[in-house]
Write a protein that binds this ligand. Structure first.
Ligand code: FAQ
Length: 330
């Protein structure tokens, strides 16, 4: 197991005595599980933290369409193609709810998109890995959507109203995504030896990056302590990762494929699975822009934005025309 204590650069939490009266009243509302709404007073750092996390979450949904979109034209049957198209469209919808939730905090959509394109805003590391075979589409649904749900169910209870409400709907759709991925894996694992080998290969490649989706270990996480105090984070990165492992190992057993971790074993004393050391240098490299597909992903998003400029211009011109007509009629 990792035991990496590093200086995270995290700021020390303010005690109630150090808070201003407004901050104390705000924290009391959070502690009482009263939702914070966009027009309520909030500390500037709370607003900034939410803009950072929600916009990065939105970008992840949008960039996350690319690895799976890559297989829409090559899905093995008409039914699989229809399901995959619906899933990828759902991810676009999730991105849009999340951009709307972030906009309530006073940031514009154009600014968020510009930050993604300039590399200032992050998106989930997982979407910088390639989808080499059809089994990768199964592994993404099973593992990536499985990890996303594990992280997002607690977010349904987070302190910021628009984010928590967006998450409720997103989680319902993610459950279908996870099940369709597992269904692909079942089919492959019950198929020919070659198909089962494809499923095993996909698991080998997606397992460790899926564990990294939960973020760095708690001891190295810059934002966790403050986000926990504000109930933006309900469970820590490590707690969620452990729960995901607990949920997923029996599913791999059911499929008859093996986790690529020789140190993974049930620890009856802890009542949890122990697991091998995660190579955190890989996460940090991918987040810095050096993953296998970072450049392709950003290029695809920038091109899509530029190619769609005429649609945005036409929609704005149409809206202006309708507003002018409505004014004339009034
Ligand atoms: N990748 O101090 P912490 C999906 C960054 S949605 C990239 O622990 P925090 C659906 C972090 O931003 C997947 N960057 O940060 C789908 C921070 O950098 P910053 C997305 C990462 O925020 C499925 C720095 O490291 N889900 O999959 C990663 O407290 C299939 C320090 O880290 C969400 O965004 C990473 N893995 O905790 C779509 C959920 N981990 O901002 C299509 C909401 C950490 O200071 C197909 N987000 N970083 O420059 C969260 O829960 C949190 O933001 C964490 C990170 C847990 C991701």
């Amino acid at each position: 197991m990792y035991a990496q204590m590093v200086d995270t650069g995290a700021k020390k939490l303010r005690s109630p005595e150090e808070m201003t009266p407004e901050e104390r009243a705000f924290q009391a509302r959070v502690d009482a599980d009263i939702k914070i709404e966009p027009k309520d007073w909030m500390p500037e750092a709370y607003r900034k933290t939410l803009i950072r996390q929600i916009s990065q979450h939105a970008h992840s949904e949008i960039v996350g369409m690319l690895p799976e979109g890559n297989w829409i034209t090559r899905a093995p049957t008409l039914q699989r193609k229809a399901i995959l198209m619906a899933k990828v469209q759902d991810e676009a919808g999730h991105g849009l709810y999340l951009y709307c939730a972030a906009e309530t905090l006073g940031v514009s959509r154009d600014q968020m998109v510009a930050d993604l394109h300039s590399g200032k805003a992050k998106y989930s590391s997982i979407f910088n890995y390639p989808t080499l075979t059809w089994a990768d589409i199964g592994a993404i649904g099973w593992l990536v959507d499985g990890a996303a749900i594990m992280n997002q169910i607690p977010l349904c209870r987070c302190s910021f109203g628009p984010y928590s409400r967006a998450m409720i709907r997103v989680c319902k759709e993610e459950s279908f995504h996870q099940r369709q991925g597992f269904d692909i894996m079942i089919k492959l694992c019950r198929g020919t030896p070659e198909q089962k080998a494809m499923a095993q290969d996909a698991l080998n490649r997606w397992w460790w990056p899926s564990l990294m989706m939960f973020g760095p270990p708690d001891a190295s996480s810059v934002h966790s302590a403050q986000s926990a105090q504000w109930k933006i984070k309900i469970l820590s990165n490590d707690e969620l990762r452990q729960r995901f492992i607990e949920q997923t190992v029996p599913q791999a057993d059911f499929l008859g494929i093996t986790m690529p971790d020789p140190d993974l074993k049930w620890n009856p004393e802890r009542g949890h699975y122990d697991f091998g050391a995660i190579d955190w240098s890989e996460l940090y490299e991918v987040v810095k822009g050096n993953g296998p597909c970072n450049r392709d992903r950003l290029r695809a998003r920038v091109e899509a934005w530029e190619n769609g400029a005429w649609v945005r211009e036409a929609a704005l011109a149409h809206a202006a025309k309708r507003a002018a007509a409505a004014e004339k009629a009034a």
